[in-house]
Design a protein around this ligand. Structure first.
Ligand code: GDP
Ligand code: IMO
Ligand code: MG
Length: 429
């Protein structure tokens, strides 16, 4: 039975949550495998809007949600999110949500370091979500993270906290920020333990059993390939691998379980935070896309920077991300725009490139090479079949397919769950 992996193909906020929610009707389990509560996924179901950060989007469909070991879990944020969706009538219990017992935790110290570092960067700040994601991943690699399972061992917590605070308080002092007290942190963790531990288990074993039983698993990526710590616009990236290759390590499953990889891309392009964005628009068209697309961050509320579809960038994401089919979202936002531009490559200091080279200065100097394509007068908003699309909109999609060297297999035409056109079922064998 085929599994499906969903990843972002631009700089995030492509509509992964909507697509995961829609595809979850065909899945048995939805698994997050990287990132943390820096993600913000908006799902519109009838008159309810769910804003999820850490919870797998499949929970809204009543599917089992799993948070894998590759995710950094802020227990306070997780419990708050569970309360928030409960107020909307969605009960999340240890029967519907399982979290990896070996996942690292995000603690208040991490957010403090994140902000102190951003302040110290001044003009060169990354524009992080301030949620401690980077510092928490650093701790995991440095072998000083406190993990979910440590909550069950007060003695382990004791010496782990000594090592943890020796490092962080030294750093915080250097940055001129307040330090943390061990007793208070220990009490906080012991208070969180009975609330979090009922959700914890070796999720790798559940996934192995589910696979053996023929269950369909949907792996839900957060962020996007251009924010990947290896393949993105470094250093303006997040601190995890966001490519499909991360599924195996981040869920505790073999690489052959990844299944079909669906990349999500907007029909234009946006970015939150700092960093290069060659096709960014600073004019009226950019503002129009922002207003019509309601381009405000789900997590931070920050306005998203808007620009034309960058086919060179998405082509690169297709290759390094392992994307086999593209879901194109927000086509409706382009309705009525007379002339559309598509970035096909870059001019960097007089040389032509078909991809974005990794050098920071080169990326900052990349000027897009455009191809212009006529827009469409009709509406695509709410279309649920290809036949409803204006001929010129189909031409735009076809051109994107050629340029990114990947078929468009799904289209989204509004925030609503069912305003979706499926050309090829990724779960089909
Ligand atoms: P994610 O982070 O990739 O899950 O994306 P977000 O949820 O952060 O941002 C995508 C935004 O676009 C959300 O507000 C969605 O409700 C909305 N959205 C998704 N698909 C469409 C679409 O096809 N058309 C329009 N107009 N909005 C969409
Ligand atoms: P979803 O899953 C868009 C961006 C931040 C910042 C950079 C690093 O909703 O697509 P971090 O807090 O991760 O250290 O910030 O990454 N960023 C996102 N941008 N969508 C996201 O998630 C993002 N998660 C992080 O704005 O530029
Ligand atoms: Mg988002």
């Amino acid at each position: 039975m085929a599994n499906v992996t969903i990843i972002g193909a631009q700089w995030g906020d492509e509509g992964k949550g909507k697509v995961v929610d829609w595809l979850a009707s065909r899945a048995d389990i939805v698994v997050r495998f990287q990132g943390g509560h820096n993600a913000g996924h908006t799902l519109v179901v009838g008159n309810q809007t769910y804003k999820l950060s850490l919870l797998p989007s499949g929970l809204v469909r009543g599917k089992l949600g799993i948070i894998g070991n590759g995710v950094v879990i802020d227990p306070i944020a997780l419990l708050a999110e569970i309360d928030r969706v409960a107020a909307q009538g969605l009960a999340v219990t240890p029967e519907t949500l399982r979290i990896a017992d070996n996942a690292p935790l995000i603690l208040p110290v991490h957010a403090a370091i994140d902000s102190a570092r951003e302040n110290a960067r001044g003009d060169r700040r990354i524009g992080t979500t301030g949620r401690g994601i980077g510092p928490a991943y650093e701790d995991k690699v440095a072998r000083r993270a406190i993990r979910v399972c440590d909550l069950a061992e007060p003695q382990t917590l004791d010496w782990r906290l000594d090592e943890f605070l020796l490092h962080h308080n030294t750093l915080l002092r250097g940055l001129g920020a307040p330090t943390f007290d061990k007793t208070a942190l220990r009490m906080l963790l012991l208070d969180l333990a009975p609330k979090l531990l009922p959700f914890a288990e070796p999720v790798w074993e559940r996934l192995a059993n589910a696979r053996r039983a023929g269950a369909r698993i949907l792996f839900e990526g957060a962020q996007a390939v251009m924010l990947d710590v290896d393949h993105g616009t470094y250093p303006y990236v997040t601190s995890s691998n966001t490519v499909a290759g991360q599924v195996a390590a981040g869920a505790g499953i073999g690489p052959n379980a990844v299944g079909r990889v669906l990349g999500i891309a907007k029909a234009y392009c946006t970015r939150v935070g700092a960093g290069p964005f060659p096709t960014e628009l600073h004019d009226e068209t950019g503002r129009t896309l922002g207003e019509r697309g309601r381009e405000f961050g789900t997590v931070t509320g920050r306005p998203r920077r808007c620009g034309w579809f960058d086919a060179a960038l998405v082509r690169q994401a297709v290759k390094v991300g392992g994307i086999e089919g593209l879901a194109l979202t927000k086509l409706d936002v382009l309705d009525g725009v007379a002339n559309l531009k598509i970035g096909v490559g870059y001019d960097i200091d007089g040389s032509t490139y078909r991809h974005l080279p990794p050098g920071t200065e080169m990326q900052a100097n990349a000027r897009p090479i455009y191809e212009t394509i006529e827009g469409w007068a009709g509406s695509t908003r709410g279309a649920r079949s290809y036949a409803e699309l204006p001929a010129q909109a189909i031409k735009y999609i076809r051109r994107i397919e050629e340029l990114v060297e990947c078929p468009v297999t799904l289209l989204s035409t509004s925030p609503e769950r069912d305003d979706t056109i499926l050309m090829q079922d990724p779960f089909a064998d």
